[in-house]
Write a protein that binds this ligand. Structure first.
Ligand SMILES: *Cc1c(COP(=O)(O)O)cnc(C)c1O
Ligand SMILES: [Zn+2]
Length: 382
């Protein structure tokens, strides 16, 4: 297989500067804006569905990802997760079961891609802030690729996430305060030491990994597109990544439409919902975030503008759910559907009564919920 590579460098989402060759970059060198990878749909449109890789993982879609043909893929079998219909809701609701990933969350997709790209570029050690799940994922892939990995997370993080990260060889440092404080620590350290900051959207190599969920969903539905994708927004990596891949699929003609996104956040930390509902184009920092959904306790997502742009383009919906509703959904998802979810993940289930009850969506619509993470790492919150 030697066709031209669809991946053609990086582009700043603010000043539009293009970095044509693959480089060890974090944010835009000129303006500090976030970088996106450039995946050229014209080149992609020359491949056919039969050309997809036979891998039983997200690497089936290698042609859509920002890697070189010679890159050594760092994989533990992430992706290729089940999409199945739920029985307990009066509607057409499917769940994409990301708890089946190697460390129990969809963070494995982003980490597999980022560690593949970074180790191919010669990066030897990475540092990141995390609420816990990204720490586990980066610890796993760093260990496979023999990179040094340091994780900074809030002291309040779930103990199993800390323990798994450590067992996988990462150096874990608890930080007082939220992930925002951890992020500032990491930024300062990365700057003073010159180490690579692999935090959410500081590196451009994570969101396309989560974007493979969009590709898998369409293929699992026989190249039909669901009407809605319900997503629990923290840093927005999955929303931005999936929207990009749905758009690419439409451009290359493999599908005819794109879904509408439903962004779900907890009422105790809902900066994206607030900004979207008040038609702002950037997200204000949420003061005193307080929720059991630690993965969604992101007071000011770095990609705020980008997330809002994707939501607007998809004619999306944004709504919030209480911790009480989340807690109740955790019990229901397990008893009715056999899904043991962590609070951040159960938030999408908690949104359904509102979505149907207030007639925001029709019962006949095809709806896909992303079950982002397993409740086994958050048992003390069950
Ligand atoms: C990180 C995380 C989220 C939020 O994902 P983003 O892509 O950052 O918005 C949701 N659920 C779980 C379980 C997570 O770990
Ligand atoms: Zn720029």
């Amino acid at each position: 297989m030697s066709r031209e590579r669809a991946f053609q460098g990086l582009q700043c989402t603010e000043c539009q500067t293009v970095y044509p060759s693959r480089e060890i970059l974090q944010k835009c060198v000129k303006c500090g804006g976030l970088l996106d990878t450039i995946i050229n749909p014209e080149i992609l449109s020359e491949i056919s569905k039969d050309d997809l890789e036979h891998a039983r993982s997200m690497w089936r879609y290698r042609a859509f990802l920002p890697v070189d043909e010679k890159d050594k893929i760092v994989s533990a079998g992430e992706g290729d997760t089940p999409l199945r219909k739920l029985s307990s809701f009066h509607g057409n609701v499917w769940v994409k079961d990301e708890t089946k990933n190697p460390t129990g969350t969809f963070k494995d997709r982003g980490a597999s891609l980022a560690v593949t790209a970074l180790s191919s570029l010669g990066v030897k050690d990475i540092i990141l802030s995390s609420e816990g799940n990204a720490g586990c994922s980066f610890a796993l892939y760093s260990q496979i690729a023999d990179l040094a990995c340091r994780v900074f997370l809030p002291r309040q993080a779930n103990p199993a996430k800390v323990e798994l990260s450590r067992k996988l060889g990462a150096k874990v440092t608890p930080v007082e305060g939220t992930i925002a404080e951890a992020g500032r620590r990491v930024e300062a350290l990365a700057k003073s030491e010159g180490s690579y900051n692999a935090s959410t959207f500081v590196t451009p190599y994570r969101h396309d990994g989560k974007g493979t969920m969009a590709l898998e969903i369409c293929e699992q539905l026989d190249w039909m597109v669901p009407d809605y994708v319900v997503y629990p927004v923290g840093g927005g990596v999955g929303l931005v990544g999936m929207w990009k891949m749905f758009s690419v699929l439409e451009k290359i003609g493999w599908v005819r439409t794109k879904p509408r996104f439903v962004a779900v956040q907890p009422t105790g930390c809902a900066p994206v919902v607030k900004a979207y509902q008040s038609k702002r184009d950037d997200v204000d920092e949420w003061k005193n975030p307080e929720t059991i959904a630690f993965g969604l306790r992101i007071p000011k997502p770095l990609a705020g503008k980008w997330i809002l742009r994707c939501l607007r383009e998809s004619e999306g919906i944004a709504l919030s759910v209480t911790d009480e509703e989340i807690r109740k959904s955790m019990g229901q998802a397990l008893k009715d559907e056999g899904l043991l979810l962590e609070p951040s993940s159960a938030a999408t289930f908690a949104a359904l009564p509102q979505l149907y009850g207030e007639k925001m969506i029709d019962r006949s619509a095809e709806v896909v919920l992303i079950a982002t993470g397993s409740g086994l790492k958050t048992l003390e919150q069950f």
